[in-house]
Design a protein around this ligand. Structure first.
Ligand SMILES: Cc1cc2nc3c(=O)[nH]c(=O)nc-3n(C[C@H](O)[C@H](O)[C@H](O)COP(=O)(O)O)c2cc1C
Length: 455
């Protein structure tokens, strides 16, 4: 059951939601004040109890990530908190709304986060073109400093905290945490080999936690409600807790960002929040940013074994499975950033894949050969198919190239390219074949085409 919440978006509809005055009127900074008198362990435990899964795409449990930081801070090895607000994933625009409409929750989250991991400095890495977001964050930092919430003695406690906004030049790869760290240090934005992980050697070679901006902006809510209460809001508690931002765009009538308790289904996201499909019928959904494999609207859950995590939904539509990190993994895709892109029957899956693969070719940093060469190869094969000169053999070649990128790169950009490519090929094979046969001039309804192929 769809459950709208207003913990992160309470101030979204107001003109002054970005101001300190408004934030304080809603009880703002009380949790940062409280955190200053708590131990690191107590804060981390709240976050663990909240079962807050990282909102940046991989869904790693936030409290556990915080606990990876060394319990004692050596003076020559300061800890850093780095906030990832690069948000370059196509279809994803949730962090931007938080920065523009309610920047103080992020600053308060940074103070609590610094305290939790033993850091005194937080960097918020924002892509440069988000001018309003950067202005709002800097404005919030100024206001918080004037009040004495940031600086040498936040809330009168001898625990200095500074927060800085760092503008990134706008490369998708700089959202990957180790490229982001290189970029922050003024180096070329290329991923680093792991290990060492950022908790061991991150920003400037020092122990670092990288959190997504929504993850950190949610922390004041976790502290206010208490970890366990936060977790219980979710339909997927205890595996995954709380509320989060859901995005929907593409062929829907009312695209946007909506806050709900965890466990919304794609059907609710598309029809109740997104206002239904615009132009045609529902064909497919890319569930959480362009790197997440596409789901067809007519797919059914296949989990016949009672031990299957998704057994309760066996035979039901994938549109009715609660959106969660693990449930969507069970569907063979990913929850990713929880911002869905909807494709109606008016969309052409061949051209949609071509468009995506062009993006990945342009954005590959080029460090790893399989990704650099493979993404270009995928695009060229699709250029040929879209131009009407492709062959059925090109479809096999597309799969071969995508499979040879998978697992052969330093960072997950490779999988982010290959997985959606393989997803499109698997889910839309009849459409690709028809496109090749007719040179893209077929007018057959895509749902009918697929149904005919399945018979
Ligand atoms: C190619 C690529 C791009 C990414 N872009 C972003 C991004 O824009 N924002 C983000 O928070 N995480 C992004 N990530 C995931 C980060 O590497 C990292 O997992 C995340 O910032 C951790 O935050 P979380 O634990 O709070 O989710 C990206 C990963 C890859 C491989």
């Amino acid at each position: 059951m769809l459950q709208r919440t207003e913990h992160l978006t309470k101030r979204y509809g107001t003109k002054d939601g970005h101001t300190l005055e408004r934030y304080l009127a809603d009880g703002g900074y009380e949790q940062a004040r409280r955190a200053m008198s708590m131990s690191r362990e107590e804060i981390v435990n709240e976050c663990k109890a909240a079962n807050l899964r990282g909102r940046g795409g991989a869904g790693f449990p936030m409290g556990i990530k915080w606990s990876f930081m060394a319990p004692k801070v050596a003076p020559e090895r300061p800890h850093y908190l780095v906030i990832n607000a690069d948000e370059g994933e196509p279809g994803t625009f949730k962090d931007r709304t938080l920065m523009e409409k309610d920047p103080h929750s992020t600053i308060e989250g940074c103070i609590i986060g610094c305290r939790a991991i033993g850091a005194h400095v937080a960097y918020i890495y924002v892509r440069d073109e988000l001018h309003l977001a950067k202005d709002r964050l800097w404005g919030a930092i100024r206001e918080a400093k004037e009040k004495g919430y940031l600086g040498a003695k936040p809330f009168g406690v001898d625990y200095p905290v500074e927060v800085y906004v760092h503008a990134g030049a706008g490369a998708y790869i700089c959202g990957e945490e180790t490229s982001l760290l290189n970029s922050l240090e003024g180096r070329r934005g290329e991923p680093r080999l792991k290990p060492p992980f950022p908790a061991q050697a991150g920003a400037f070679g020092m122990p670092t936690t990288v959190n997504n901006l929504e993850s950190i902006a949610t922390v004041p809510t976790v502290m206010r409600l208490g970890g366990e209460n936060f977790s219980k809001m979710s339909a997927l508690h205890p595996k995954e807790g709380g509320c989060r931002l859901y995005g929907v765009s593409g062929h829907v009538k009312t695209p946007g960002i909506f806050e709900c308790a965890v466990g919304v289904t794609l059907r609710e996201l598309i029809y109740d929040l997104g206002g239904g499909v615009k132009g045609g019928e529902l064909l497919a959904v890319i569930p959480g940013g362009s790197s997440t494999p596409i789901l067809r609207a007519d797919e059914l859950v296949n989990a016949p074994n009672e031990k299957d995590a998704l057994h309760a939904w066996h035979g039901k539509s994938v549109l009715d499975v609660p959106m969660g990190v693990e449930t969507f993994r069970g569907l063979g895709t990913m929850l990713g950033t929880c911002c869905a892109t909807v494709l109606s029957t008016q969309a052409c899956p061949v051209r949609a894949m071509h468009n995506l693969m062009r993006f990945y070719r342009v954005e590959s940093c080029g460090q790893c050969t399989p990704c650099r060469e493979g993404s270009g190869w995928l695009e060229r094969l699709l250029d040929k198919i879209v131009a009407g000169t492709g062959t059925l053999d090109d479809l096999n070649r597309l799969s071969e190239v995508a499979n040879s990128i998978m697992g052969n790169t330093i960072c997950a950009f490779g999988e982010g390219t290959a997985m959606p490519a393989l997803g499109f090929l698997k889910k839309f094979r009849p459409e690709f074949e028809e496109y090749i046969r007719t040179g893209g001039r077929s007018s057959t309804n895509r749902l009918e085409l697929h149904a005919a192929a399945a018979e």
